[in-house]
Design a protein around this ligand. Structure first.
Ligand code: GLU
Ligand code: MG
Length: 437
């Protein structure tokens, strides 16, 4: 009977972090399809729906979207429609990994980490801009006025995320006008990146349903405060024991934690291409914004791109299980699978070379003397998308982890996006990113 039928979206997050897909009609009892058709060139469409002129596919070729049933979201908006979608991997027609699949890249990095007896736990802490009809706009940072002024939206968003089984933890009024922050419980591996994707889609859908707009754009105007994505990371062994922490290590890092962190710091400039992946991302990565602007690690320092988070001694959770580091040079124009996969690749390089802890910088690096920065090997993060892409292209470790097809597609798509922005006015560039993300 037609009323048993429903539309299930098969979705994939592309290289520009836009989740695209197609809907298939069927009954719930039929379960998910094993795969649906997809077009290779779709992975390199820019956020503005531009297609790079000379690309390897053109009109040719076919691939498949293979849903991961663990990722199925099936929720109804309060007083609104039912939303049903599954996150997919891209495969070729034989079901093997197609080279431009970010989610498959993260799977490969998780396997490589597993080969060293390690698992990664992560949580994406996401800031965003929220406009709702009737809600106050000129409210102070962190204020109760703003938080309760957005009720019942806040509570109903959190309930929606809970129903989607992505374990929301906190929703808070952030510093800038209209800014909020959403935190989710940490999860192992793929699930952590999936949660980032699902939470963004549901936040946007809930805001739209309430007649408003939520945007995860990294900045809204030149010189403005940024909305970041901070990725909290910890390492665990295969028996479920946390292994990042050693109370006697520098900053509380174990030997493996030091090596992993040093790998991340070593590759940070190139990583930015994957984690701060839009033209306006670099307006956010400026000193004095708590967004991070230098290739360094700090102990509880919000100007450090890699920050050791505090241990709460009054918590019931043991210190080693709480302990995590936070990568701050990311935003929501970046594909979460590339972000986490890139961090693992960089960290694994540090582990393979058994690197020592990076120097811990506990002041604002922009206020340090250049000679001191030089002595410690600390550099400014890239200051444009093009610069970051050049750094990525020159980084053999990250490029070989990504694999040639993914690197080629990424550089092509992102350089095209940079060119598109160069042809737009600054105002329309910001407006477009705010609208799209
Ligand atoms: N809004 C800052 C950023 O762009 C982060 C502020 C905070 O520490 O939460 O990353
Ligand atoms: Mg914040």
């Amino acid at each position: 009977m037609a009323e048993d039928y429903l539309l299930t979206q098969y979705a994939v997050t592309d290289l520009a972090a836009i989740t695209r897909g197609r809907g298939a009609w069927g009954t719930e009892d039929e379960g998910l399809k094993s795969s649906v058709g997809w077009v290779p060139i779709n992975q390199v469409i820019s956020p503005f729906d531009g297609i790079p002129a000379s690309n390897p596919w053109g009109s040719h070729g076919d691939c498949r979207l293979r849903p991961d049933s663990d990722s199925l979201v099936d929720v109804a908006l309060e007083g609104g429609p039912r939303l049903r979608f599954a996150l997919c991997d891209i495969t070729d027609l034989a079901g093997d990994e197609a080279g431009v699949c970010a989610r498959s890249f993260l799977r490969r990095m998780i396997e490589a980490l597993g080969a060293r007896g390690l698992r990664i736990m992560a949580s994406f802490e996401q800031e965003f801009w929220l406009r709702l009809p009737g809600a106050p706009t000129a409210t102070p940072g962190f204020s109760l006025q703003r938080a309760i002024g957005h009720e019942p939206f806040g509570s109903s968003l959190m309930a929606l995320l809970e129903r989607a089984a992505i374990s929301p933890e906190m929703l808070l009024a952030e510093f800038a006008p209209e800014q909020f922050e959403l935190t989710l419980a940490p999860a192992f591996g793929l699930a952590a990146a999936d949660r980032a994707v699902v939470s963004r889609e549901l936040t946007r859908a809930a805001a739209r349903h309430a007649g408003g707009h939520a945007s995860f754009a990294p900045t809204r105007a030149p010189g403005g405060i940024g909305s970041g994505v901070h990725v909290h990371l910890s390492l665990w062994d295969m028996d479920g024991k946390p292994v990042l922490h050693d109370p006697d290590g520098p900053g509380g890092l174990s030997a493996i934690g030091q090596a992993f962190s040093a790998g991340v710091v070593r590759h940070m400039a190139a990583l930015c291409a994957l984690t701060a992946s839009s033209v306006i991302s670099y307006e956010r990565l400026q000193p004095h914004r708590w967004s991070s602007a230098y290739t360094c690690m700090g102990d509880r320092n919000r100007e450090a791109a890699l920050r050791i988070c505090p241990i709460v001694s009054t918590s019931a959770t043991p210190p080693a299980s709480q302990f995590n580091v936070e990568y701050r040079a990311a935003d929501a124009t970046a594909n979460p699978y590339l972000v986490l996969g890139g961090l693992i690749a960089a960290g694994l390089n540090g582990i393979a070379e058994n690197l020592d802890a990076p120097p811990l910088i506990n002041t604002d690096p922009s206020e340090m003397a250049q000679a001191d920065l030089d002595a410690l090997g600390i550099k400014r993060l890239p200051q444009s998308l093009d610069e970051a892409l050049d750094r990525l292209e020159a980084d053999d470790v990250l490029c070989s982890a990504l694999g040639a097809p993914l690197v080629e597609a990424y550089l092509l798509a992102k350089r095209h996006e940079a060119r598109e922005c160069a042809e737009m006015t600054l105002d329309s560039t910001y407006a477009a990113y705010a609208e799209i993300y």
